[in-house]
Design a protein around this ligand. Structure first.
Ligand code: DGL
Length: 268
């Protein structure tokens, strides 16, 4: 494997761009490939087998573009597919874990809220986190149907998004949560609105920076870090409609970008 090769990153849609931002910050010299599977978002509605098949197909596409490492920038795909991906592919595969551990360290009230998809909250990984930390603090899991769709529509601050967030966040605050974990990679794009609802005394945290640090460590250990003096580039693909994806990715990446259609033959 060549250290000059790119890093592949994927999500059910554009949420993983929140992780890509942190990867870019931590690894400025790396070339980054990003796949948004927006034609199939949200993954939360789909079967485990479907998510696994999509994750394998997208990873194969990224491998065909010479990816030296894969970041599963999706909590739902992590739960459904990471074990299979690690058994099928030999390169480093870095995946998401909701930031429950730092939340447990942070909380003073002893109550933390976790916003995630229903599938993530019901998955083995979360059940394990719950078992590990739930003895010391109260962990309130809150499923958030509809939020992924709002981010996919680029609606980060409209009335409907605010109403949904109030419905999900206010009960957590009423139960004493002083720390809110964003357990879905789409949600960091809603953090400004979430902070308006929680007020300044509640911490809102996610695991994107920790995942970027973990990726950096894995590349270092494997002697796979690109030359840090160069400026890395990003390439974007979507399975969704380009007319939607182009402005949405530009909005969330905060730069002019070219989004390409994900070749469908890689999924046959
Ligand atoms: N960004 C994905 C996650 O982190 C969204 C899940 C979905 O598509 O249901 O879980």
């Amino acid at each position: 494997m060549n250290a000059a090769n790119p890093i592949g990153v994927f999500d059910s849609g554009v949420g993983g761009l929140s992780v890509l931002h942190e990867i870019r910050r931590a690894l400025p010299g790396e070339d980054l490939l990003y796949v948004a599977d927006s034609a199939h978002a949200p993954y939360g509605d789909k079967s485990r087998q479907f998510i696994e098949a999509r994750s394998i197909a997208i990873t194969e596409f990224l491998v065909s573009r010479n990816a030296k490492a894969i970041v599963v920038a999706c909590n739902t795909a992590t739960g459904a597919a990471v074990t299979t991906l690690r058994s099928k592919f030999s390169m480093p595969i870095i995946a998401m874990e909701p930031a429950v551990k730092p939340a447990v360290t942070n909380t003073k009230s002893g109550v933390i809220g976790v916003l995630a998809t229903s599938r993530t909250l019901a998955g083995d990984n979360f059940v394990k986190l719950f078992a590990r930390y739930g003895e010391h603090v109260q962990i309130l899991g809150q499923a958030c149907p509809g939020l992924v769709e709002q981010v996919e529509a680029g609606d980060l601050s409209g009335d409907k998004t605010r109403l949904l967030l109030e419905r999900y966040v206010l009960p957590l605050l009423e139960q004493g949560a002083d720390t809110i974990v964003l357990g879905c990679t789409h949600y960091p794009f809603l953090a400004p609105l979430i902070r308006q609802i929680t007020g300044p005394t509640v911490a809102v945290i996610d695991s994107a920076a920790a995942v970027a640090r973990q990726l950096r460590r894995r590349l270092e250990v494997g002697d796979l870090l690109a030359d840090e003096d160069r400026v890395g580039a990003e390439s974007f693909w979507t399975s969704g409609r380009l007319a939607n994806a182009q402005p949405l990715v530009a909005q969330l990446w905060q730069a002019e970008v070219k989004v390409s259609a994900l070749p469908s033959q890689s999924f046959e």
